[in-house]
Design a protein around this ligand. Structure first.
Ligand SMILES: NC(=O)c1ccc[n+]([C@@H]2O[C@H](COP(=O)([O-])OP(=O)(O)OC[C@H]3O[C@@H](n4cnc5c(N)ncnc54)[C@H](O)[C@@H]3O)[C@@H](O)[C@H]2O)c1
Ligand SMILES: [Fe+2]
Length: 436
């Protein structure tokens, strides 16, 4: 079984299996126009079409609407999705879904839109107090009771892979931290992954989402190995995120190969259809990979960063709203994390570096962290990322607050290949302050 099969040798008491969930997907230029036929094939007659305000009047939504109309599927549009959703915006969307009387869902947008749609579908199908399905220990972590309604996900960004995952992420205002709802039931039924949508993407969105994709792949490969996972539930109760496994390894390596070759080209030239298309495909592969393997430190730490920074705006994101794009917050912690986790699995870190295009000839296990961190920093510089957390206005004085902000993320952080406590978290943030 694949390379590194020895990594997956069963341990005493460990689960011998792993489970991969994913939607039926279609990939290729023009597949957005297949939304109507897919909806009809699923038996849908009236769908809720989720999008965001800026995409609502654009060509991608128009194409999907026309396709649904041609297939005689009614569509009622919800365009009030919040970019980087929160508990309030998810509940508003769920109220809309409950009142819309639909038999299915279509989402056209980035991770913010697809996640809002998944959550609205869940709460409209199985109404409950909002914290019921939110991950424990922040929420009650209740299991989704049964299938939700069919969902056709049409991603318009190239990074989150949300079209393939059973994950909906949002900011919980009461603790100013990101958390989520996770269930295989939330995996979209069908994903229509159309690289034509990337033509209209602003360079900053390509860069941030591209690094999100890269980190999903890196975290999948370097996560705790599945026979060593801490939640040992088996069979139907097996968790969605199970740690590194041979299937997610294969997809993630392929995604990294594309990121290494095409991310910078895709950022620099909107007319480079090959590069933008490859990034769209890589994002989907990395989504399938991290849905099964789980993320760990870079995502866990990123949520503390996005929760703490005020007054930051990047062109291409909604005007008048302070936010650090998700992928930007994630990549800023990357080099610091790889330097720390490499000793746990040097071969895996070197494999990642090699897939990303680093010259690994002659590199020893002791070099693994530095080689991978170095290649990520090269890509960050070439794609115009900020030089560490200092560039966002964070410094030594904020290390305690950052460590506290990471505490709600221990569920994710524990999927790291090494044990991590508050002191290590502070050290990781300190090492992420400046890279060049
Ligand atoms: N569910 C998951 O598996 C998963 C994985 C990673 C990230 N996320 C979440 O996804 C969210 C981020 O999603 P995102 O990075 O895709 O961005 P986004 O959905 O927040 O959109 C970012 C910006 O890009 C614009 N945009 C989107 N598509 C466009 C297009 N084709 N042309 C022009 N503009 C376009 C949007 O209008 C918005 O202003 C975060 O909340 C993050 O936590 C979820
Ligand atoms: Fe992500």
């Amino acid at each position: 079984m694949g390379c590194c099969h020895a990594d997956f040798a069963a341990l005493e008491g460990s689960d011998r299996g792993f489970t991969i969930g994913m939607p039926t997907f279609s990939f290729g230029p023009g597949v957005l126009a297949e939304a109507g036929d897919n909806a009809a094939e699923l038996g849908l007659t009236r769908v809720a079409l989720f999008t965001d305000r800026s995409l609502a009047a654009g060509e991608h939504v128009a194409k999907v609407k026309a396709s649904l109309a041609a297939a005689k599927v009614d569509a009622v549009v919800y365009d009030q999705v919040e970019i980087e959703p929160n508990d309030r915006s998810l509940q508003e969307a769920a109220r809309f879904a409950r009142d819309a009387n639909v038999d299915g869902y279509v989402s056209v947008g980035g991770g913010s839109v697809m996640d809002t749609c998944k959550s609205a579908n869940l709460y409209a199908t199985y109404p409950a107090a909002f914290m019921t399905y939110v991950n424990a220990p922040i929420g009650a972590g209740a299991r989704v009771p049964g299938p939700v309604k069919p969902h056709i996900a049409c991603p318009t960004t190239s990074g989150t892979g949300s079209e393939t995952t059973g994950i909906a992420i949002f900011t919980l205002s009461s603790i100013n931290a990101k958390t989520g709802i996770i269930s295989r039931r939330l995996i979209p039924t069908v994903a229509l992954v159309d690289p034509d949508v990337t033509r209209s993407l602003p360079a900053n969105v390509v860069a941030a989402t591209g690094f999100d994709c890269m980190s999903h792949a890196l975290e999948s490969i370097t996560a705790r190995l599945y026979p060593r996972r801490l939640n040992k539930a088996q069979g139907i109760l097996r968790p969605v995120s199970q740690g590194a496994n041979p299937f997610s390894d294969a997809l993630a390596v392929q995604a990294l190969d594309s990121v290494g070759k095409y991310l910078v080209r895709a950022v620099r030239d909107a007319s480079d259809a090959e590069a933008r298309s490859e990034m769209m495909y890589a994002a989907m592969l990395a989504g399938i990979a991290f849905n099964a393997a789980g993320c760990h430190l870079p995502h866990g730490l990123s949520y503390a960063v996005s929760g703490l920074v005020r007054d930051w705006h990047v062109a291409g994101y909604p005007e008048g709203k302070s936010l650090i794009p998700h992928g930007m917050a994630v990549v800023l912690n990357n080099p610091s994390v790889w330097r720390h986790t490499a000793p746990a699995h040097p071969e895996r870190h070197l494999r990642c570096a090699c897939a990303l295009g680093a010259d690994t000839r002659g590199a020893t296990d002791a070099d693994a962290g530095e080689v991978l961190a170095g290649r990520v920093i090269e890509l960050m510089r070439a794609a115009g990322m900020p030089n560490g957390l200092t560039a966002l206005g964070l410094g030594e004085d904020q290390l305690d607050a950052l460590a506290t902000g990471a505490e709600p993320q221990y569920r994710v952080i524990k999927n790291a290949p090494v044990d991590i406590g508050r002191d290590e978290i502070k050290a990781l943030f300190r090492a992420a302050l400046r890279y060049w």
